[in-house]
Write a protein that binds this ligand. Structure first.
Ligand code: SF4
Ligand code: FE
Length: 482
């Protein structure tokens, strides 16, 4: 592993000149810009062995390709232990950062492609699997961050890729040469794209025979010619420019999403992992989605742990911790959070080997996991706001606390339970604001609905995978219906 520390990771990104736009302007400082840096800090945590018991075993694995010690984020799962450890690692990092640490999409992308390329080669006589294994060796050896890019912009949702008025609304191959392909299109909501060394593109839906140009998967360096990153906004994001860390709420860590545009980007053959095999595109989508739906049973649970801690803390600070309804609400938050964890662990423990030898989660249970994630974090956030009170959204700014004229008023009138410094109360309230209506809500709430596919996608998978006719037979047998 060449990149071994958080500092080395940040330094490696600084050496990657990319085309990045933020707030209407091109930015040169793509790592240390105050609106970007917290998201890079979150990814940097994946390079920090940490001090949690067992962290080492969770963050690292042994490569089945080289026998070397590698980051689990670049590993191909070799058994259900790996799948379980992945979820435990994600919970641990969610607890460290209270946000999205962005590196799982690449891991989920490799793992989906690893089994699908194997099956594709068997069926179509292609040679994608070995290419992917070569690429993986490189990523493992360098210890790179890879963005798994699936979501196309999609245009008119009622139309197929090839039916759109603009054919580029799904990423597609526009030209082929003996050495490679030229691709065009855009991927939306790309969490962590800016903090990645490489972009791994996959199709967004199952393609048909006449949509072969859209059945394409490839990897490119993030600084490849023709790639532009347009950073998205988050609620209250410009507070990061105000030099008021108190008002940011989680000043060290954050997430970051981008629209990534591919304007006729050249991809050499050795980095192409699917090109026209439309029959295999649906499998990539299904497996990547299942892995990422599993992932949320880890990362969002870690964030939930921090929020439960915040609920207890603010209840203590405000003198309501002993009220029975507050204790009930905190118990409810724990119940919801651990239910998500149960789902993450269950779909991992029930995983199975694919023909490639790599392990895959139980797809039905992974979808159940994610469908719960579309709801429970909202209930956890609601209970947290309920306990914290309306002050979550009415607090003065850090600058008011620094103003000698009014600071004594704030100190006097915003004091709560005896002995608790007013500023400690405000700090945790600002964090709760961040997580429930500010920047942090982007990753904890909206991403919980739409990340790894919107709720309807999980419902479709659940109804498809649950064997309903078998259940009907069970009922008939018990009721003695012939
Ligand atoms: Fe990882 Fe969770 Fe972020 Fe997805 S949402 S990249 S699983 S931390
Ligand atoms: Fe996500």
């Amino acid at each position: 592993m060449k990149i071994k520390t958080p500092e080395a990771y940040l330094e490696s990104l600084r050496g990657l000149p990319r085309t990045v736009y933020l707030l209407g302007e091109r930015i040169e400082d793509t790592v240390d810009h105050p609106m970007v840096r917290p998201s890079a800090n979150a990814v940097a945590e994946t390079f920090d062995p940490g001090e949690e018991p067992g962290a080492e075993e969770l963050l690292f694995a042994t490569s089945h390709l080289t026998g070397e010690r590698i980051s689990r984020f670049t590993h191909i799962h070799q058994g259900t232990d790996d799948l379980v450890n992945k979820v435990l690692m994600q919970r641990m990092l969610g607890r460290r950062t209270s946000t999205c640490f962005q590196r799982c999409v690449g891991m989920d992308g490799f793992n989906a492609l690893y089994s699908v390329t194997y099956e594709c080669d068997q069926k179509h006589g292609t040679e994608y699997h070995e290419r992917l294994a070569d690429y993986l060796r490189y990523v493992q050896d360098e210890n790179l961050v890879v963005e798994g890019a699936m979501t196309d912009v999609k245009g008119d949702r009622a139309l197929r890729p090839g039916e759109q008025l603009d054919p580029d609304l799904f990423v597609r191959v526009v030209d082929r040469t003996p050495d490679g392909i030229l691709v065009r299109g855009a991927k939306a909501h790309q969490t962590g794209a800016l903090n990645s060394h490489e972009i791994l593109v996959m199709p967004t839906t199952a393609m048909r025979e006449d949509e072969a140009e859209y059945a394409v998967s490839f990897a490119v360096p993030a600084d490849e010619k023709g790639i532009t990153f347009i950073l998205g906004r988050q609620p209250s994001d410009t507070r990061k420019l105000e030099d008021s860390p108190l008002d940011v709420g989680n000043p060290t860590y954050g997430s970051q999403e981008a629209l990534v545009v591919f304007d006729d980007v050249f991809v050499p053959n050795e980095r192409v992992f699917m090109c026209g095999e439309h029959q295999e595109s649906g499998k990539v989508v299904e497996r990547f989605a299942a892995f990422h739906r599993q992932s949320y049973g880890g990362c969002k649970v870690g964030v939930g742990d921090v929020l439960i801690g915040a609920a207890q803390l603010i209840a203590d600070y405000q003198g309501v911790a002993r009220a029975s309804h507050v204790r009930d609400k905190i118990t409810e938050m724990i119940h919801l959070n651990e239910t998500l964890f149960c789902c993450g662990i269950a779909c991992s423990a029930r995983g199975a080997a694919t023909p490639s030898g790599a392990y895959m989660v139980d797809t039905l249970l992974a979808n159940v996991c994610k469908l719960n994630v579309t709801r429970f974090p909202f209930e956890i956030a609601r209970l947290l706001q309920d306990i914290a009170g309306g002050i979550v959204v009415t607090m003065p700014s850090e600058k008011d606390f620094e103003n000698a004229e009014i600071a004594p008023y704030l100190e006097k009138y915003l004091k709560s339970a005896g002995g608790v410094p007013t500023m400690d109360r405000i700090k945790i309230l600002k964090f709760i604001e961040n997580m429930t209506v500010g920047c942090g809500a982007a990753a904890y709430l909206t991403e919980s609905i739409h990340g790894a596919g919107s709720p309807q996608a999980q419902r479709i998978m659940i109804s498809r995978l649950a064997d309903i006719p078998e259940k009907v037979e069970l009922a008939k047998r018990i009721a003695r219906i012939e």
